[in-house]
Design a protein around this ligand. Structure first.
Ligand code: SF4
Length: 243
């Protein structure tokens, strides 16, 4: 149900006015500035297909700060993050390396299983996926253990360089509160609705800015509606005002 917002371009335009060209991944940068420089880690790691999937698993259900700390821990422990290195590593060693990021019991097992599958199915070479057409690549990715729709879409954006709208929990929360999709909308409906209004070359920036809004204003437990730059467009806020 769309009340205040007729087209997502309205929201995107407002977000661009608020944030301009401001860099979106400030929490990642903070951790890399303090811990990553000596380890030769950079934000470019996200464009390496294997590292992208590992970062994707580490970022599930946690903040950028925690997932970056976990990734830094992996690099400190193993040096190179490759299918060959991690397929030989024990779950215990992976677990202790990613401990700073939380959920390490679950994620260490996921990393191990994913790495072994990539090694067995693709000889450790994920360029076999990056060369596929988008929909085929997405299908292959979703067949890998531990890889869900958001992680697959982030991979397509970062490693195939094709603009798709990856939907994380921040984006889901924001667009539902804005009233742009119904509260019961699921991943594909949200993704398709946003993609309809945003061109492929702008989808990455729209993804970044929606996440930024979710972190800065539209927080999960206490949204800062009174200072939110979108409060005049937002259905949740309009309902609150009427109440
Ligand atoms: S007005 Fe409130 S609910 Fe609406 S987007 Fe802003 S913070 Fe979220």
């Amino acid at each position: 149900m769309k009340m205040g917002i007729k087209n997502f371009k309205q929201v995107f335009k407002a977000l661009k006015q608020v944030y301009g060209n401001k860099y979106a991944w400030t929490e990642v940068k903070d951790v890399l500035n303090s811990e990553g420089q000596s380890l030769n880690i950079s934000e470019e790691d996200i464009h390496d297909p294997f590292k992208n999937l590992i970062i994707g698993i580490l970022s599930q259900n946690t903040s950028d700060r925690n997932s970056t700390r976990a990734y830094v821990g992996l690099v400190k422990e193993f040096g190179k993050i490759t299918p060959e290195v991690l397929s030989k590593a024990s779950v215990e060693k992976i677990k202790s390396a990613i401990k700073p990021g939380g959920l390490y019991n679950l994620k260490s097992k996921r990393i191990k299983k994913l790495t072994q599958t990539i090694w067995e199915r693709y000889d450790g070479d994920l360029t076999k996926i990056t060369k596929l057409p988008k929909e085929k690549a997405r299908k292959e990715l979703l067949e890998l253990p531990g890889i869900g729709q958001k992680t697959a879409d982030v991979f397509i954006t970062d490693c195939l360089d094709i603009g798709v709208m990856a939907v994380d929990t921040n984006i889901e929360r924001v667009v539902k509160r804005l009233g742009f999709v119904s509260s019961g909308a699921e991943y594909c409906e949200i993704k398709n609705t946003l993609e309809k209004d945003i061109s492929p070359k702008e989808r990455l920036r729209a993804h970044e800015l929606l996440i930024r809004l979710g972190r800065d204003y539209c927080k999960a437990t206490k949204p800062l509606c009174n200072v939110c730059p979108l409060n005049k467009l937002c259905e949740k806020n309009l309902i609150k005002v009427v109440d």
